[in-house]
Design a protein around this ligand. Sequence first.
Ligand code: ZN
Length: 693
Amino acid sequence: MGRMIDLVRPDNPLLRHGEPPRFDLVEAAHVEAAIRDLIARQEAGCVALEGSLVPTWAGLVEPLRRLMEPLSFAWSVVSHLLSVRNSPELRTAHERVQGEVVTAGMRIGQSEPLYRGLMQLKGDGYVGLDPAQRRAVDASIRDAELSGIGLQGAARERFNALEIELSELGTRYSNQLLDATKAFALTLTNVADVAGLPASALAQAAASARAAGHADASAEHGPWRITLEIPLYLPFMEHAKRGDLRERLYRAYVTRAAAAPHDNGPLIERILAARREQARLLGFASYADLSLSIKMAQTAGEVEKLLAELRDAARPHAERDLAELTAFARGETGDPRLVLRHWDIGFWAERLRERRYGYDEEALRPYFALPRVLDGLFALARRLFGIDIHSTDGVVPVWHADVRFFQVHDERGQQIAAFYLDPYSRPAEKRGGAWMNVCLDRVRGSDGALRLPIAYLICNQSPPVDQTPSLMSFSEVETLFHEFGHGLQHMLTTVDHPEVAGINRVEWDAVELPSQFMENWCYHRPTLLSLAKHWQTGEALPDEVFTKLDAARTYRAGSQFLRQVYFSTLDIELHRLPDDGSVAGVVARVAAGNTVLPPLPEDRFLCGFSHIFAGGYAAGYYSYKWAEVLSADAFAAFEEAGLDDAEAVARTGRRFRDTVLALGGSRHPAEVFAAFRGRGPSTVALLRHNGLG
Ligand code: ZN
């Protein structure tokens, strides 16, 4: 240990915290020495604080923050680089210290002296603390309690054993799902077998065949290999004309990981039982109650009420969707008695979509050039929130030449935040998807000086080619708006305590409110038309294209809603199952009430539901729909004020900024929402926007 510390040079760029990272200097070789040094210092500081703490904000919470910041900052830079500038060296360095970083975090989270100090601060009536500080204290106490700190002796040991068992079960569940998914493949050699597949799907299927050893596979002549991985599975289900092959694939998909040697069935039973036991040890009646104790929805009853509203609204539409699709398929096939089965739905739904809304996604790209889309987005931010955004490339080091840096100013010209934008796909070194992450939190030091928040906005859109700028698809535009919404909540915070500033400590089911809220503006005609101009001719997006985009938004919304309600209900019910309850019984009951086309008798969908068995969504899958209710209802406040009334939009935008964006995690989200909306959330707007109202 000591030797590693000696090797840390003071100019190691990972040791500088609290300022924009030196991406021009950081290398994989810096990681191990810096992280081990910071862990050792944190550990020593923790021991000292445990012995000297005074149960006040300045005597406990602030020193704890100062103690943890150097390591958490360095680690966040390493993690960030791992996702945007990956390399074998960085991955190795990251793996070498990752376990030690996790252990160091647990050491603090489970420290009894720190916990007792926080409890005393609370017990003394939070003397001198504002509501944001109280929430920060409560959240730390709650974290410690949910990790079992209040348990003694045998109960504590049992809790820890369950914790370890659950983490192993989750890993086994996802490994078995992965193995089962890999174990199935349909290798097709006849052109007629792949009739209907678009060129991109044929190319992928041929690439999959090559990877499996068919060295001369080509998109044109095959062989084509279809697996249960979504990028191959989904296009086949949506486009392949061979119904019998779709059926084989579908049956394989819904029975994934449901039989030896990759049977997740027994793991599901054990995971549910272990969670149930943990919840009881902590004093909750069920695991659903435990999960909801840290969400915006506080009881299963609240979640069920929402799901019931959505179910009642969606069901008749889902029934109509099926009837309509059946009539369409009968017309197309000339078979008046045709009955659609599960493996037919995706195929016919795509045909009907093409018929109704047919526009070529690719043909829209020239209307969405990144520079103009950014101008339009920033102009919208000015109209809504009174902020100005300027490009200031070059003032800080970046991790790639394409990365941009922007500063955010308020109406008085005062800088309040900044963000990096890494827009383009770089498959060789950058993870897929899009996300917002925190670079620096807003914090006011004990000397009164303010440090401004900085965000990372990461997308994976098409890069520019030669003289052509990045031409975005409409869904890439929506993604940019979405991540920008997350970024706004981080950057426009007015909270000075980083523990609860910005997105920190925003409940899981409320965190998508600002992001989905921003997406709504992509369907606001004047906003979209202001940024959708042909990059060469300047010609506006044709009006009828906008109309189709807007109409396609509600296509089969009833069916999609009902499906999400089905999964959400199943998740909650399974996590309220009594000791002698039957998983199969719950599935049968919930399916009967929440599907239009009941699952096949052999359907074992739960064996592949990794969101709740191997991800973070246990008794939390409903969060998707919960946050959509909030974001749609927030947008409705602008509709009510009058979308064409610039002054009313600015007034409402200011209120959104002062509540949702400014308060972030410093208040309970129900309180924040009520401060913006003047009442609790309502499902009316979400249902109306989706044509279900
Ligand atoms: Zn999001």
